[in-house]
Design a protein around this ligand. Structure first.
Ligand code: ATP
Ligand code: MG
Length: 712
């Protein structure tokens, strides 16, 4: 047994005091094993341990040790919510003089300032982009932690994670690598790839009883209990949980189901005062109908949670649940990974999920365990229970075998996808990781893919991708196999866009210029594309997440008719429909259409509007940069449009919008009252500003203007 105080072998007493303050006494057995096997002596490790087994503590001790020696660590997480949770938790080290930083923002910034910190938290995409932009500190890492490393298996994000780890290891050959993983079938294989010790365990500090609800009974492998009703078992389980003064997290397989489940449960929690303030705070985050529905549920102690909510709304829900003001959350799997929430029970309403092209398919065992594992977290609950629902005894048996007793899946590299390779090969060449085909092959040889499968399978794809990059002027190859990036290639890599996106943007603008001057028979005077044309252009790239078109969206065809002259050529009509719908939404956004109207019109949540806008802003900025590089003549226009997308506002408001505390709505109010610029704001009467903006905001804005004036 290893006690917290025994850590003095590796860490100073002040550091250990931080844990003693929090009443930590002993290390859990798998934690002790990791330390005994050399985690704090710099050994790389893959920790494949159950949920709630305290993997973060191990990672943080290693990072803390390095930090106190003045060395730097990077902690990679898959989700922003997790980044924030870890950041809040690691901030306790500030009292020891350790600086902690977090980076989840813009992609093409170098963020040198981040390097001041000894502990840096970033998403894998952000870490990748920091390397592409040449941040110097990424070459000076003592410890790399990869949280939820089993996501190497994820088709969407796995390749970026894999390339990021491969590159960071190459840049820092002596770096200690700590992978935190769910228990998976081939943990040893991942460990071997990382040249790390494999520490695996089934031990969980808090007992988690996993069961299946069937025919009005809670069935566990070792016994049964009755539920009050057979009819609505989910409702009965929630009632039962509330009667035990405990909290429950319900996982639904769609946003709509999550919202519906939450509404249905309103009224179960006895009314109290404490939710009023929280509900007010949620109302203050926006005006959308979703926001109002959420606020109304929260006032009754219930909430829903999904990616359609604004980050601020999600944070408030998580916090409300942590403070026991919210008793029930109905969520999509957005809450499944890594978070510490005080849920006594978890209910997995459906173990099937819709997958494009395959219909409803059962979720993997690993995902089931992630969800179930949110129940029963140390320090928050004495035990946990999780439930699946079965309609028959036969189904119950199957669920027990497959999920409760079954083995988790294997993790497979997803690097072989052409679009992933296009992006990552370019960045590998552009950031000078390799300078010849031979070196490129050697580099690929160090990926998890090559460790797991014969890299020979990749050769054909590799050749195709290299050809694409050469043909499109992003890299130069020589007959002897040398590879070097062109200026365009370096730019595209730094912008963090798919090389295919760049090709679509450039080709379209070049041909447009040619076509329009032909039409007008004025070869010298090219007609500039309209805002709508540029907006459509960015939606044509593979980097844009397009909205779906549903039966109720017949207006999209009319939109296409009406804007035929402005829309770019698109051969695939199904794509055109989705692009047009997305374009229309973005035009509404920069046209200052109210958010709740956009939500209704396009049937998306406020969180989706922001996410789409964020992507569009980045792509429009990239378009401006490409235009500057290739002299395509729309640089200024695209840059301004990108700014407008950032704020969701008209051109005329841009100068006012640069002030903190002023968004699209307030800026328009000022503008309509004749305060059309920062200059006019400076000379305006302060009581007039207070009347327009409300006293609090007015004070903030006036203070800002004064500070700016004082600066030289
Ligand atoms: N030795 C310990 N004594 C007391 N509490 C501990 C100890 N180690 C960790 N904890 C607490 O256990 C909780 C769960 O830890 P953590 O979040 O690291 O789990 P995890 O292994 O990462 O799980 P998941 O796979 O769900 O992400 C945290 O609140 C942490 O503070
Ligand atoms: Mg974790």
């Amino acid at each position: 047994m290893l006690e917290i105080k025994d850590l003095t072998r590796w860490l100073p007493p002040e550091a250990i005091g931080l844990y003693e303050e929090r009443k930590f006494k002993e290390l859990y057995p798998p934690q002790a094993e990791a330390i005994e096997r050399g985690l704090l002596d710099g050994k790389s490790m893959l920790l494949a341990m159950p949920t709630a087994s305290g993997k973060t503590l191990l990672a943080e001790l290693a990072m803390l040790k390095a930090a106190l020696q003045g060395r730097r660590s990077l902690y990679i997480v898959p989700l922003r919510a997790l980044a924030t949770e870890k950041y809040d938790s690691f901030c306790k080290f500030k009292s020891l003089g350790v600086a902690v930083g977090i980076s989840t923002g813009d992609f093409d910034k170098r963020d040198e300032r981040l390097g001041k910190n000894q502990i840096i938290i970033a998403t894998s995409e952000k870490a990748d982009s920091l390397m592409r932009n040449g941040a110097a500190w990424v070459k000076d890492l003592a410890v790399l932690v990869v949280d939820e490393i089993h996501l190497l298996n994820d088709a969407g994000r796995g390749p970026t994670l894999e390339m990021t780890i491969t590159k960071l290891r190459r840049l820092n050959p002596k770096m200690q690598v700590i992978g935190l993983s769910a228990t998976v079938a081939n943990g040893r294989e991942i460990a071997n790839w990382l040249e790390a010790e494999w520490v695996s365990s089934d031990w969980r500090p808090v007992r988690l009883r996993e069961g299946v609800i069937c025919n009005g009974k809670l069935v566990f492998p070792d016994g049964e209990a009755d539920l009050e009703t057979k009819r609505d078992e989910a409702l009965a389980l929630v009632k039962d949980t509330l009667s035990k003064e405990a909290q429950i997290l319900i996982f639904e397989n769609s946003r709509r189901n999550a919202e519906a489940a939450a509404s249905k449960l309103c009224g179960l929690v006895p009314p109290g005062q404490e939710t009023d303030a929280l509900s007010e705070s949620i109302l203050a985050t926006g005006e959308s109908e979703t926001c109002q529905r959420l606020a109304s549920c929260v006032s009754k102690g219930i909430a829903f949670h999904h990616a359609g909510l604004l980050p601020e709304q999600r944070r408030l829900v998580e916090q409300g649940f942590r403070e026991n003001k919210i008793k029930v959350i109905a969520s999509t799997p957005t809450l499944a990974a890594g978070l510490n929430l005080p849920a006594r029970r978890v209910l997995i309403k459906s173990y099937k999920r819709y997958e494009y092209g395959s219909g409803m398919v059962p979720i993997p065992v690993i995902e089931y365990r992630q969800m179930a594992g949110r129940a029963g977290r140390p320090g928050l609950d004495p035990y946990g229970e999780s439930f699946l629902i079965a309609k028959s005894n036969a189904e119950m048996q199957e669920l027990m075998e497959h999920y409760i007793f079954g083995s988790p899946e294997e993790i497979w590299s997803k690097l072989a996808s052409e679009s992933a390779l296009r992006t990552h090969l370019l960045s590998t060449i552009a950031a000078d990781f390799v300078s010849s085909e031979q070196e490129l092959k050697e580099f690929i040889g160090t990926t998890f893919y090559a460790h797991q499968q014969d890299p020979w399978h990749l050769d054909a794809t590799l050749e195709r991708v290299l050809e694409f990059l050469v043909e499109n002027g992003m890299i130069k190859g020589s007959p002897t196999g040398d590879l070097c990036p062109t200026r365009l290639g370096s730019l595209v890599s730094r912008l963090y866009i798919d090389p295919l996106s760049a090709v679509i943007m450039i080709e379209n603008l070049q041909s447009k210029g040619a076509k329009e001057s032909q039409k007008d028979r004025k070869p010298l005077e090219k007609k500039k594309p309209s805002d709508l044309a540029l907006m459509h252009l960015i939606t044509m790239t593979p980097d844009m997440d397009l909205l779906y078109v549903q039966a109720a969206d017949s207006w999209v065809e009319e939109f296409i008719e009406a804007h035929q002259d402005e829309l770019n050529d698109e051969e695939n009509y199904d794509f055109l429909l989705r692009e047009a719908k997305t374009t229309a939404m973005l035009m509404d956004w920069v046209g200052e259409v109210r958010e709740e109207l956009i939500s209704d019109r396009y049937r998306i949540g406020p969180g989706d509007i922001r996410r789409e806008a964020e992507t569009a802003e980045w792509l429009m900025h990239s378009l401006a940069e490409l235009s500057k590089h290739r002299e395509l003549g729309i640089t200024f226009k695209a840059e301004q449009l990108s700014q407008r997308i950032h704020y969701g506002a008209g051109q005329d408001l841009l100068s006012l919008l640069n002030l903190k505390g002023i968004g699209r709505v307030r800026a328009r109010k000022l503008y309509q009252a004749g305060v059309t610029s920062v200059e006019k704001l400076k000379s305006a009467d302060s009581s007039e500003i207070a009347r327009l903006l409300g006293p609090k905001i007015a004070e903030k804005v006036i203070g800002q203007l004064k500070r700016e004036e004082m600066q030289p």
